[in-house]
Every structure is written in C-alpha cells, then in structure tokens.
Design a protein around this ligand. Structure first.
Ligand code: CUA
Length: 145
C-alpha cells in the first residue's frame, strides 16, 4: 500500500511535468535557526534606493509561519520577494486567486517576487498532501495601503 502510494506520487511528478515558479537554493532543514528563516516574517529592505520587502516563511505540519496564527502583512504596490522553505515535509504555498504557487521542499528555498496592486486579503493554502491535517493548513496575506 505504502509502496503503491509512493510510486503513485513519484509517477505523478513525472507524468504531470510539474512546473515550479521561482529558483532554488539549498538549505539545511534541520538548522534554520541560523538563517533568516530562524526569525520568519516580513523584513523591509532597500535595493537600488527603493524600498522592498522580503518575506521568510516556514511551512510546517500544519501551518504557515507566519501566515496562520498571524497574517503576512505587506504593503500594496511594492516589490515583495517571498522565500519559502520547509523544516519537515513537502508542502505547497498557493496564494488563492493568483498565479503565485510554489512547492516548499525541505532543504531547498523557493523564491518568487511579486507586486500586489491593491489592498486586500488573500488566502494561502497548502496544495501538497503533507499529513492528516493537510486540509486545514491555511494562512492569510494582508495587503495594506
Ligand atoms: Cu502542508 Cu499540505
């Protein structure tokens, strides 16, 4: 049964030719504390004289950190770069109603940059099966003016 399940998942990856947004760097999933993921959240940065934001998110069984117990709050009309990784198992990071969607893979950093044009709220869902509470793993992005 388990072998069948794994084979199905592996086959699914090959068959669907999954595309992932963003590029990847590697990281030790057991040692996130010494990295920016050790203090997950929103950081204001300056690049080429312009204010941008970086958001470091851990996906865990069964929450986004930040995102679940508190929303990821970012300003509208500003470049936001998300860095996402997982300390435990494969998760998804899917901003509902947008094309922002990436896998969160233990040992790798998923990165994408976006601009939210207007203030509103977005839901985040995990779209990779990650365990018995996968279906309740969700979070929120609060885009403020
Ligand atoms: Cu995390 Cu499904």
């Amino acid at each position: 049964m388990i072998v069948f399940f794994i084979a199905t998942v592996v086959y699914g990856f090959v068959a669907m030719d999954l595309k992932v947004i963003g590029n990847y760097e590697t990281i030790d999933p057991q040692n996130l504390s010494d990295t920016p993921f050790g203090t997950p959240g929103v950081k204001e940065v300056t690049k080429n004289g312009a204010t941008e934001y970086e958001v470091y998110v851990q996906t865990l069984q069964f929450a986004f950190l930040p995102g679940t117990s508190s929303p990821i709050t970012v300003p509208a009309d500003t470049r936001i770069t998300f860095y996402i990784t997982s300390p435990d198992v494969l998760h998804g990071f899917d901003v509902a109603g947008t094309n922002l969607n990436t896998m969160a893979i233990p040992g790798q950093i998923s990165k994408f940059t976006t601009i939210f044009p207007e203030a509103r709220e977005y839901g985040i869902v995990c779209n990779e099966y990650c365990g018995p509470a996968h279906h309740i793993m969700e979070g929120k992005i609060e885009v403020v003016p």
